[in-house]
Design a protein around this ligand. Sequence first.
Ligand code: SF4
Length: 317
Amino acid sequence: MRCFGPVPSRRLGRSLGINNIPPKICSYACVYCQQGFSSHMQAKRQGFYDPEELFQEAKERATLAQSRGEHIDYLTIVPDGEPTLDINLGKLIKRLQSLNIKVAVISNASLMGSDEVIQEMAQADLVSVKVDAVKEPVWRRVNHPLKELDLEKIKEGLLRFSRLFKGKLITETMLIKDINEKADELEAAAAFISRLSPAVAYLSIPTRPPALKWVDCPREADINQAYQIFKDHLPRVEYLIGFEGSDFSFSGDIEGDILGTCSVHPMREDALRELLGRAGRDWELVERMLAENKIVELDFAGQSFYMRKLYEGYRRS
Ligand code: SF4
């Protein structure tokens, strides 16, 4: 199926997905890829599907959803591979925009060294780029890029893109235990990402079975440390750790509010106490949630933080 949804997404609201390339053709073979190993790796762009046919399919699906009263926030180009490999990407974005719904592209950023790709991506309304590592050895270990790809060229391209792009730019950094979760790597990644001025820098972890069996999720304490390092460099940092959560405003369901907020970022003790105070509840609720393993307490830089407990199955050790 080349079009799917609309499906709810925390980053994109209600998103109608569009697959613009056949499954698993990618320039990377990330160790955590949920699609399994890349069936075909390439960094050269080519035509895959007729953009007009894809547009008609997306239009039919969007019209059907809207006729049922379903709202669509984004038409999202998000194939099981790398969307910028499609030489018709620019044409497709333009055609989709004629439906008067915003267009998003979720990319691994590996072709951002190309001016042609930068110009095409700049037409979108929202672009999400992957920045898992900014140092060559770590990048090669986590993303397994094709040999001909050049990290410095990609980083320069991303900086050029961020200066040109008028839409909403977000970044995503996947944290992998023992690969890119170390403080020096995260410092470097956060410093680079801050130069892109993203609307939000997301930190994610593998939440579904990855391509390689040894790939593991960092511990909560390391995920918290990653957040604190990113927060020192970036105004808005959020987790994508498998919980979609609520809209994180005070809704009256205090336990749901705490879980929702702790899914997006760790909460400092004083902020948590303030939230409890507004709801007329005391610390006993937090102690119960800790005892029930819904949240965990973490120490960082002399302060206590609270984070949602990860699913047991996320981690192997
Ligand atoms: S860039 Fe995406 S599709 Fe390609 S290997 Fe990495 S996770 Fe999989």
